[in-house]
Design a protein around this ligand. Structure first.
Ligand SMILES: Cc1cc2nc3c(=O)[nH]c(=O)nc-3n(C[C@H](O)[C@H](O)[C@H](O)COP(=O)(O)OP(=O)(O)OC[C@H]3O[C@@H](n4cnc5c(N)ncnc54)[C@H](O)[C@@H]3O)c2cc1C
Length: 495
């Protein structure tokens, strides 16, 4: 089969834009097909969490996004309970409030810079898998369908994924909340916080700024869930907001009003042959906790380098399968957490609101519980399975550390390679010989008793006590994670 690209990515939302950028930066040719005629001006997500910002930092675009948003050091669950994020062990100890289109713009510009071929107005209508590649049926501007071919296909085409349906992947789950109102309005009075949220039991409301004078309002009333095709009025949104928050901040001049419902669903497998699923195409849940876009971006950060390694020919056996092993379980956990938050935020019967508030206060004020919740919501406590007997750091997210050459560790990750890292003098200078296309030796600036191999997605692949580790053990670890040395197609790449 003659390919139009090594990989076709379907859907230019946050997940598709990140994975396309990663593939292109690894030297893999990538066509990103998007059915919209151009860049999206719509916004669903408003919150970018610390772990997502760290992944963006490892690609050199976090600071640009942070400059466009409002960092919030606490996540207010209700008036009575706020989760402190200021102590997160991260360069980004906050959640960033910024509309989704800003995140998409930053990711799109990066993907384009890296060489991804982004084609708007290209709707995927179906696909056929062959042993050596995938044929994709593409519809463009009402013209007859044409066929594009690639070795691999990544479906990041959202909740109603055509790709998922075309491979016959089930999407089991259930609806969890109906008839939630969305509005984009002006306010006469700015709310005191960039993210205002509260619920009384019957009524829930959230207000967040776009940053240009417009605000997003999400409002829901337990006893008033009309059919989703009944138009929303501003009065309705305003009344529910007043009931939930105590004021509607003088909302007026709506430019957009609609209703939506949320499901909780997850596919059983993130891969079917040469087709991989990521983001909302693989899992959906309610917006509670602001996890969907963050999880989608992190799926792609996990997938991109593994797929690139497979296409480049150096991936050790089974590397690509670890995408399912690692991300499916994270997706399941996110569904659980967001489902629990939904019950707490939206659904307690009014009689139980007092108890709910006490529970929320306990969760946000008892240090041990608050730390766990902050780690889960921000994503910094996500870790991946480690083999039995592995060093305790194996599978954990790596912290940002100063390196001996003056860079930060997350800056070094922008090269798109593994980092072999430890205190000065803890590993021989030639430890990564034969792997320089895939591994950079990056000693940290301070003494450390640990030697670690850090993956391109900023998780620890392998770690050992530096005093006991031998050169053959380092070679074994490199072979396990990075394949055979000096692959003939080797070349240095950057993100
Ligand atoms: C009200 C609301 C609030 C939310 N708030 C948050 C929040 O604060 N934080 C958070 O993390 N998440 C939030 N989310 C969830 C978040 O918006 C999604 O999880 C995120 O957009 C998923 O990204 P994605 O790239 O997987 O899919 P999408 O963003 O859905 O992108 C899919 C893309 O694929 C394209 N496409 C679809 N079909 C085809 C086809 N056949 N051919 C070509 N292109 C196609 C679509 O046009 C679209 O551009 C919220 C969701 C809602 C509804």
């Amino acid at each position: 089969m003659i390919f139009d690209a090594d990989v076709i990515v379907v859907g230019a939302g946050p997940a598709g834009l990140l994975v396309a950028g990663d593939l292109a930066s690894a030297g893999v040719s990538c066509a990103l097909l998007e059915r919209r005629p151009d860049r999206s001006g719509l916004t669903r997500a408003f919150t970018v969490h610390a772990r997502t910002l760290e992944e963006l930092d490892a690609r050199g675009v976090a600071d640009e996004l942070v400059a466009l948003g409002t960092p919030l050091p606490e996540l207010r669950l209700f008036t009575s309970a706020a989760l402190d994020l200021s102590r997160l062990p991260s360069r980004f100890p906050y959640l960033l409030v910024t509309p989704q289109y800003q995140t998409e713009r930053v990711l799109e510009e990066r993907a384009t810079r890296m060489g991804a071929d982004i084609r708007y107005g290209h709707e995927v209508a179906g696909l056929t898998q062959h042993p050596d590649g995938v044929e994709v049926r593409v519809r463009q501007d009402g013209n007859p369908d044409r066929v594009l071919r690639a070795g691999w296909l990544v479906g990041t085409d959202g909740m109603h994924s055509t790709v998922r349906q075309a491979v016959g992947m089930p999407f089991p789950g259930r609806p969890v909340v109906h008839s939630v109102m969305l509005a984009e309005v002006r306010l006469t009075q700015a709310p005191p916080s960039a993210l205002t949220v509260d619920s009384t039991g019957d009524a829930f409301a959230l207000v967040a700024p776009f940053g240009d004078g417009w605000y997003r309002v999400i409002a829901w009333h337990r006893r008033d869930e009309p059919s989703e095709d009944i138009p929303v009025s501003l009065d309705e949104v305003s009344a529910v907001t007043r009931q939930a928050i105590g004021t509607d901040y003088g909302m007026h001049d709506p430019r957009w009003l609609s209703r939506f419902h949320s499901d909780e669903r997850q596919v059983p497998r993130y891969r079917d042959g040469l087709v991989l699923l990521a983001g909302d195409a693989a899992h959906v849940h309610s917006p509670a906790g602001g996890q969907g876009m963050n999880t989608s971006i992190q799926d792609s950060a996990n997938l991109g380098w593994k797929l690139a390694a497979t296409i480049k020919g150096w991936a050790p056996p089974g590397l690509l399968d670890t995408y399912q092993d690692e991300r499916h379980v994270v997706g399941r956990q996110v569904l659980r957490n967001s489902g629990a938050l939904l019950q707490i935020a939206l659904k307690p019967p009014p009689a139980l609101v007092g108890a709910r508030n006490l529970l929320a206060q306990a969760m946000t004020r008892i240090p041990f519980l608050a730390k766990r919740l902050a780690g889960a919501i921000s994503g910094v406590s996500i870790s991946y399975p480690a083999p039995p007997g592995a060093h305790p750091l194996t599978g954990k997210r790596v912290a940002d550390l100063p390196l001996a050459d003056g860079r930060r560790l997350y800056e070094a990750l922008r090269g798109g390679r593994f980092l072999l890292s430890g205190g000065p003098g803890t590993f021989p200078a030639d430890a990564a010989t034969g792997y320089l296309d895939r591994v950079e030796a990056a000693p940290i600036a301070r003494a450390s008793t640990t030697l670690a191999l850090i993956r391109p997605d900023a998780y620890i692949a392998w770690a050992a006590a530096a005093s006991t580790v031998t050169a053959p053990q380092i070679r074994d670890c490199l072979a396990h994670w990075c394949g055979s040395p000096a692959h003939p197609a080797a070349h240095t790449v950057g993100r």
